[in-house]
Structure formats: structure tokens, C-alpha cells
Design a protein around this ligand. Structure first.
Ligand SMILES: Cc1cc2nc3c(=O)[nH]c(=O)nc-3n(C[C@H](O)[C@H](O)[C@H](O)COP(=O)(O)OP(=O)(O)OC[C@H]3O[C@@H](n4cnc5c(N)ncnc54)[C@H](O)[C@@H]3O)c2cc1C
Length: 368
């Protein structure tokens, strides 16, 4: 779990990064030194071997003080889990100790403008080179930790490769003939660009990453050729939920409301107390469904993960909006943290799989 000093340091840099919109290097330095990057790395590689309940709890706690840092941590752990599940022994030996001890921060470069939320229309492609390597070419967008990460999990179409049978089944997310590559941050041809100005999550270095004349060896491929969609399809089964980010933000908003009620002597009003109880009930309910996703005890754990993102992100947006109203004029001052919480909370629904796509994925079996 994040220690109180780690949470204090992450809290201290959140506001400055929100104001500047610059990549929050201080938050990344804190994450690297905190041990949190080791969460999902197996113990035999120097990690914590944490399960999804612990991961979601850590992400929630980080989000309660710094949501940008929380999504950088979440993406790092998501990529790390994909390496654990799909990496070769050599990839495990090289990457996992570095991902655990903070030398490597990992990022996901899947999205691109025009690919669609479901990533079915990727323009980024990877073609075989004569010596058996790959030539990557394309432009990614909305990559969290762009320019800060040491390794990127790049999703590319490998058009000339016959898709494996496992990849031809439509999982609703990704398409046949897509392949994952692990590209180091300093690799020639990988070009990050953090000029994207986000409304929220402004410290998260969410930006563009291009791969131009980017030649990688075949050993950079993660998993078999053409099976990325089936890897993506299994992601939700892990129980790791972006809903945890939403719960952290909702809790931060609720804490802000209590601080305001205390300072202004508002607890004497029954209406105020009951309003705060309603908000706390929303936060607890969201936390419960995220925890259930992490436990993976449902008949279909992947469905619970999707439900948890839908429920928690919607709850966070409602809670933050109501706390903003509760704060009265104080909350209407531009620099009040509640406004950052609101902009950050809106991002959770937009992050992959977007809430619309979550609904598509939940309802997919009914339409077959
Ligand atoms: C703060 C932030 C951080 C992010 N970090 C990353 C990251 O680290 N790596 C990464 O790869 N991506 C990241 N993303 C991108 C995110 O994963 C989304 O998948 C991507 O932004 C989708 O783009 P879009 O909504 O513009 O897609 P569009 O396809 O243009 O979607 C437009 C609208 O249509 C809906 N829609 C589209 N397709 C479907 C469908 N099949 N079914 C139902 N509804 C649909 C969408 O939900 C959306 O409301 C991040 C986004 C944000 C906001």
C-alpha cells in the first residue's frame, strides 16, 4: 500500500501539474521510488505479487490524492500484467526486474485518432523486415506517460501475417491480425509528443507517440503474431479496474465536503448530514463493486470488471458534481480542488474501454 509520505508527496505535486499541464515528473519520481511499480510483478522477479484487490486499493488511494499519478500507475501495472501473462522467458528476465524496481515505467500505446474506441481500424502497421524483424509505422494518441515511460506496449496491424485461429473470434475490442510490440522509450523512431492539452488528468503526460521508420527485432513482439485481440479480450478477466481511479476521486470529493461542513459548522443541519450520508453511500457502493471485480469471484469476472468501471465512473461524476454544489461559492473558485476532481473524474469514462464500449462488450453475447 502507498505509505503516508508517498501519498503526501503525490498530493503536493498534483495541483502544480494541473495548473501547468506539464508532465508530472515529480509524481513519476515518487512512483519509481515508492515500490508501487512492483505491485503486479511476481515475487520471483522482485515484485510484490499483488492480486487485483490490492492493485485496485493502491490505485484508489493514489487517485484520492493525485489522479494523474493513479492512471500512470494503472497503465504501468496493466502493461506489466500483459508481459507477465504473454512474455517469453527472455522478456520476463529482462523486463520484470526493471519494471519492479522503478527503473522502467511502462505505457500503453494502443489508441490512435481514427482507430475507434474499439481499436478495430488501426492505421499503425508492422511489416516484416528481410532479417525477420519488424518495421513499425504509425501515430498513436492519448498515450498516458508519453515521454516519461521507458517502455511502450504498441498495438499494430500486421497485415501480411495470417491471423492465428484464436484471433479470428470477435472479442468486441481489437481486430484480427493485430500484434503487440514492446518498444523502449529511447528506441530510434519512437517519438513522444506531449503537446496535447487535456481538460483533466493534466499531469499524466497523456499525449502522442509516433513510430516512424522504427525497426525492432522479432524479440520485441509480445505474444504470438496476430493474436493481440485475444490478449485484449482477456484483460478484463484480471479484475484490475479503472473504477478504482473513480472511487479515489469520489472519496477525495467526499473528504472535501466533510472538511467544508466542519469548517462552516454545517453539521447542525439534518439536511446537510443526510446529504453527506447519501454521498458516502454512493462512494461505498462504488468501492464495493470495484472490490468485487478485484476478487474475481463472480461467475464471469470480466463482466464484473466492466460493470465496476461503469458504476464507479458514473458515481464519481455524480459525487463530485454534488460536492461542487454543496461547497457553494467556495467551490466555484477556479483553483478549488473540486474542479480538478471533476475534470479528472470525467476522464475515467473516456478511458479504454470507454464506457460506451463497456456497454457494447457487456451486451455483445445478447446480440450473437
Ligand atoms: C485521460 C485519458 C488517458 C488515456 N490513456 C490511454 C493510454 O494510456 N493508452 C491508450 O492507448 N489510450 C488511452 N486513452 C484513450 C482511450 O483508451 C480511448 O479508447 C480512446 O480515447 C477512444 O477514443 P475516442 O473516444 O475518441 O474514440 P471514438 O471511436 O472516436 O469514439 C467516439 C464516441 O463513440 C463511442 N464509441 C466508439 N466506438 C464504439 C463502439 N464500438 N461501441 C460503442 N460506443 C462506441 C465512444 O465511446 C465515444 O463516446 C486515454 C484517454 C484519456 C481521456
Amino acid at each position: 500500500m502507498p505509505t503516508p509520505p508517498v501519498l503526501e508527496r503525490l498530493a503536493a505535486c498534483a495541483e502544480a501539474a494541473d495548473l501547468s499541464g506539464e508532465p508530472d515528473r515529480e509524481a513519476v519520481a515518487v512512483l519509481r521510488a515508492s515500490g508501487l511499480l512492483a505491485l503486479v510483478v511476481p515475487k520471483c522477479y522482485g515484485g510484490a505479487g499483488a492480486d487485483a484487490v490490492a492493485l485496485n486499493t493502491c490505485v484508489e488511494q493514489v487517485a484520492s490524492v493525485n489522479a494523474s499519478a493513479a492512471i500512470m500507475l494503472f497503465q504501468h501495472c496493466a502493461v506489466t500484467s500483459r508481459i507477465v501473462e504473454n512474455g517469453s522467458p527472455a522478456q520476463h528476465r529482462e523486463a520484470l526486474p526493471r519494471l519492479a524496481d522503478g527503473r522502467w515505467l511502462a505505457a500503453s500505446a494502443w489508441s490512435e485518432s481514427g482507430a475507434g474506441a474499439d481499436k478495430k481500424n488501426l492505421a499503425t502497421r508492422a511489416d516484416r523486415t528481410p532479417d525477420g524483424g519488424w518495421l513499425l509505422d504509425g501515430a498513436k494518441s492519448f498515450t498516458t506517460s508519453a515521454g516519461l515511460a521507458d517502455v511502450y506496449l504498441v498495438l499494430a496491424q500486421t497485415p501480411d501475417e495470417a491471423p492465428a485461429a484464436a484471433s479470428s473470434r470477435d472479442t468486441g475490442y481489437g481486430a484480427a491480425g493485430q500484434t503487440f510490440f514492446l518498444v523502449p522509450g529511447d528506441h530510434p523512431g519512437l517519438i513522444p509528443d506531449t503537446s496535447m492539452r487535456l481538460t483533466g488528468m493534466r499531469g499524466s503526460a497523456t499525449g502522442f507517440v509516433s513510430v516512424r521508420a522504427c525497426v525492432v527485432p522479432d524479440s520485441a513482439r509480445l505474444g504470438a503474431t496476430g493474436v493481440a485481440a485475444s490478449i485484449i479480450g482477456r484483460v478484463r478477466d484480471s479484475g484490475a479496474s479503472l473504477g478504482a481511479v473513480a472511487v479515489g476521486l469520489a472519496q477525495a470529493a467526499l473528504d472535501t465536503a466533510h472538511a467544508h461542513a466542519e469548517r462552516r459548522g454545517l453539521y447542525v443541519h439534518q439536511a446537510v448530514r443526510h446529504r453527506l450520508v447519501d454521498l458516502a453511500t454512493e462512494v461505498e457502493s462504488a468501492r464495493a463493486v470495484v472490490e468485487r471485480a478485484g476478487r474475481r469471484t463472480a461467475a464471469d469476472p470480466g463482466m464484473t470488471t466492466l460493470h465496476s468501471k461503469l458504476a464507479a465512473s458514473a458515481a464519481a461524476e455524480r459525487v463530485v458534481a454534488d460536492v461542487a454544489r454543496f461547497l457553494g461559492s467556495a467551490g466555484y473558485v477556479e483553483t478549488h480542488p473540486i474542479n480538478r476532481f471533476g475534470r479528472d473524474a470525467r476522464a475515467v469514462a473516456l478511458m479504454g474501454p470507454t464506457n460506451d464500449l463497456c456497454k457494447e462488450l457487456v451486451s455483445l453475447p445478447w446480440n450473437r
